[in-house]
Design a protein around this ligand. Structure first.
Ligand SMILES: Nc1nc2c(ncn2[C@@H]2O[C@H](COP(=O)(O)OP(=O)(O)OP(=O)(O)O)[C@@H](O)[C@H]2O)c(=O)[nH]1
Ligand SMILES: [Mg+2]
Length: 242
């Protein structure tokens, strides 16, 4: 079984070596780093890791406009073109997503097309070191998205996911519009529309210890609009259908 982990990076020089070690401890797991020309030299560290682990670590150096969604589109498209991996996972590089959960996500992939590492499976939210304001924001965002779109998973904004290759290949990656967290919501919505079997595995999310968050006002605004855009596109498509 071949598992490829795709992680986007922007200024993660201290976190990347730890994440790589956590991923590579699992047999058969490979890592694809999608770096957006990080000014802190993350790209060079990724190149060094690729040299140290030939065949297990690869690096994409992006140029042009940076962004989480764009990076995922490039990384996931590469993973699909390569055509080797049975499972393709997405995870943040800031160690908020513990690599120790990966085998559980992959195992659940035996009976699901998409498995989400969820912070919301125990009633409350499983996070370490989050300020109350962040907890409220995340809980509100998830309720809002579920209410507007009708999505069922408890954690629609989690960036920790494992896809069966075929389910990922069925998504219109090139047509996605959103870029921040919304990109994750758009992926989930499209997968759900295509009848993907979606499962969840509980995780505890740890706030980043090193580096800075890239959460911006523009990203939040996009997140507020995207659920409405997704359902209106759906309605238009329904009306056009014969
Ligand atoms: N390639 C690329 N990666 C990005 C970009 N913005 C964020 N990332 C990465 O995406 C992942 C999630 O970003 P974070 O900054 O942790 O955002 P967050 O998790 O929403 O915010 P925190 O709660 O502060 O961790 C990390 O691995 C980042 O390095 C970007 O523009 N390009
Ligand atoms: Mg983070």
């Amino acid at each position: 079984m071949d598992v490829l982990i795709v992680t986007p990076t922007y200024n993660e020089k201290d976190n990347l070596p730890l994440l790589a070690a956590g991923v590579l401890q699992h047999d058969g797991y490979r890592l694809l780093v999608v770096d957006d020309g990080s000014p802190d030299g993350t790209g060079a560290i990724a190149d060094r890791l690729a040299q140290e682990h030939p065949g297990r670590v690869r690096v994409m150096h992006r140029t042009g406009p940076r962004g989480l969604g764009r990076s995922y589109i490039d990384g996931l498209s590469h993973a699909l073109q390569e055509g080797k991996a049975d499972f393709i996972c997405q995870m943040d590089c800031d160690l908020s997503h513990g690599p120790e959960y990966l085998p559980q996500l992959v195992a659940a992939g035996a009976t699901h097309d998409l498995v989400i590492g969820s912070r919301y499976m125990n009633g409350g939210v499983s996070v370490v070191n989050w300020p109350l304001s962040r907890i409220f924001l995340s809980a509100f965002a998830n309720r809002y998205i579920r209410l507007v779109t009708g999505l069922v998973p408890s954690d629609c904004t989690s960036g920790y996911r494992c896809w069966r290759r075929e389910a990922l290949a069925a998504l219109p990656l090139d047509h996605f519009i959103s870029d921040g967290y919304s990109f994750l919501v758009e992926m989930l919505y499209e997968a759900s529309q295509r009848g993907s079997r979606i499962g969840e595995v509980p995780i505890t999310f740890a706030e980043r210890r090193e580096g800075e968050s890239k959460l911006s006002r523009a990203v939040l605004l996009e997140s507020a609009i995207t659920p409405w855009r997704l359902i209106s596109t759906r309605r238009t498509a329904d009306r056009r259908a014969p």
